[in-house]
Structure formats: structure tokens, C-alpha cells
Write a protein that binds this ligand. Sequence first.
Ligand code: MN
Length: 229
Amino acid sequence: MRPCIGITCGVNEQGRYSLPQTYVEAIQQEGGRVILLPPGEAIWPEVDGLLLPGGDDIQPHWWGEDILPGLDAWEPERDVYEIFLVREAWQRNVPLFGICRGMQVTNVALGGSLWQDIPRQCPNALLHRQEADLAQVSHLVTIQDGGGRLSCGELWVNSHHHQGIKKLASCLKKGAIAADGLVEAFYAPAKDFFWGVQWHPERLLTEPEAGRQLIHCFVQAGYHHFMAK
Ligand code: MN
């Protein structure tokens, strides 16, 4: 009776599939069963929830821009695969949780755009790419609309992202913003659970709201999907 949560992964320079353990453990602790999804793998109908984790930059042609100086490495196959999965999850009403790159790729797949390199394109931005341990919080976000999942107020979050939301897809709603105005969380009001966060909740499990709560709600949504099949 455990929902099956699919987590996509990258491929590193040594040709190994790569995914930090912390994503898997966070889902397992909430009662989810995990399957890893290498690019190209078919996942329906087994998967009850889709988790898109952190990773490399996204190629800007997906939102109609040329490559600007400051763009880092990207994985073309992973972009194609994850954008396809987001659109499929939307059509099939499968719960989705995008974390860091996963949030960005969700926004792009649904028609939004990104800053290619925050420090160059937004000179007044906060330092969002902190080298600090991700178990440490580094900046505050203000909850604009918690969508029933986060309570209003401010939250301390960690921050280790290079790109960020430029234009939010029209089907998504701002959940939280940083002091410089950057969107740090969003959700789709039309869906049971379709969330993205720019921080890393899987590394903040001791923080109830910024860490454990959304992961818990995501696995619960996966459980409801599983029971409804
Ligand atoms: Mn940030």
C-alpha cells in the first residue's frame, strides 16, 4: 500500500547515473516507494508521483532564447525527458514535486522562462548560489500563497541554484518569493499537488515547514493517486 514515487536522475562525467541519496531517503521516510528514472524510461501507469530533483542548467532554446554568457553545462537528453514527463504528469493528473532544477524545468515545460545566470542578469539579486552546506539555511522567503500546504509568514530556506524563474507559467501561482522578488515556490491551483520549490527541502528535514511538510504532502498525494487507480 505504498505509493510509487519516480525520481529522475542525471548522468555524471564518468557515465554513472547520479542522484543524491537524500531525495530517496526523504521519500522513503514519508512512506513512499522509490523507483529511479534514467532518461528515456517509460513510467506510466506504475508511477503515483513524480519527483524532479536538482541538477544542471536547462538549455534556453526551450523558452525561445539564445545561449548567453554564464550558462553552465546542461544535459540535452535529460531536458527532453523531464519536459516530456512534466507535460504527461499534467495531462494524467499525477502529483509532481520539482526541487531546484526540477522546479525550473516544470516552469519551462508549462510555458514559463528562466534567468540563464542570475548574477549576470539580475545584478541586485541575493546570493542564491550559496556554497554552504545545504543543511544550513541561508535566506528568507515570504509565503505569498501557501495553497493550503504552507502557512503564511516567512521561512528560512537553503539556496544553491544558478538559474531562476523569469516568467512564471500562466497555469502556476507564486507560492513564495525571496526579498529580491525571485519566485522561490509555486504550485498549480488546478491540481491536487503540483509544486515547485527553489530550495532543497530534502536537506532540511529538521525544519517542519521548509523541509518535511511539502515532502509529506507530496507522498500523501501520491497515496491518493495510488488508491484511485
Ligand atoms: Mn534562493
